[in-house]
Design a protein around this ligand. Structure first.
Ligand SMILES: Cc1cc2nc3c(=O)[nH]c(=O)nc-3n(C[C@H](O)[C@H](O)[C@H](O)COP(=O)(O)O)c2cc1C
Length: 159
């Protein structure tokens, strides 16, 4: 299956999950492309909306995986702006977010809901893979593996 992992990452935490997903999916024989969303400013959180530089397309894959940090208890403005650029998204689109705070109810769940709603309006049937709550350091590796396992099992179901 051709899978595209598109992520935004300012301090490389979301990127690290994207890289782990890439590795795990390649091990299963998938054709995986990893592409970042990039911004013109180094501090896009100071812009409304943030100006984007690189906006990966999603029309050349069977499955898209989108990853974003949580900002201000919701989805990062960069991922919001990126989703607004899309005309269509693949039916099978899988989502994950990373946040500093220790519980998904402190922004992670909301960010996933915002992402899913925007994607449904682009024709996708998004599925949530999970949240990495970075403040819970001991749980980090388990949370990342849970995201990876959720992706693998979701792809198994999609055949
Ligand atoms: C502008 C800004 C706002 C943030 N707001 C939140 C927040 O509301 N809740 C939270 O848990 N983390 C928040 N964070 C922390 C990031 O979500 C967290 O560090 C994330 O893992 C960063 O991912 P990245 O390294 O891929 O950019 C914020 C970070 C930034 C830069």
């Amino acid at each position: 299956m051709k899978i595209k992992i598109v992520y935004y990452s300012q301090t490389n935490f979301t990127k690290s999950v994207a890289l782990r997903l890439e590795e795990a999916l390649q091990e299963k024989g998938h054709d995986v492309v990893l592409e970042p969303i990039t911004t013109i400013s180094e501090k896009p959180q100071t812009e409304s909306p943030p100006r984007l530089q690189q906006t990966p397309t999603l029309d050349d894959c069977d499955v898209a995986i989108l990853g974003s940090p949580v900002w201000a208890f919701s989805l990062s403005g960069v991922m919001k702006a990126y989703l607004d650029t899309l005309e269509e998204a693949p039916h099978d689109t899988l989502l994950f977010v990373t946040e500093f705070f220790p519980f998904p109810c402190l922004g992670g769940n909301r960010a996933l809901r915002v992402m899913a709603k925007k994607l449904r309006s682009k024709g996708a049937h998004p599925k949530t893979l999970g949240v990495w709550n970075r403040a819970r350091k001991k749980r980090g590796p388990r949370q990342i593996e849970a995201i990876v396992q959720a992706a693998l099992s979701s792809l198994d179901h999609e055949g």
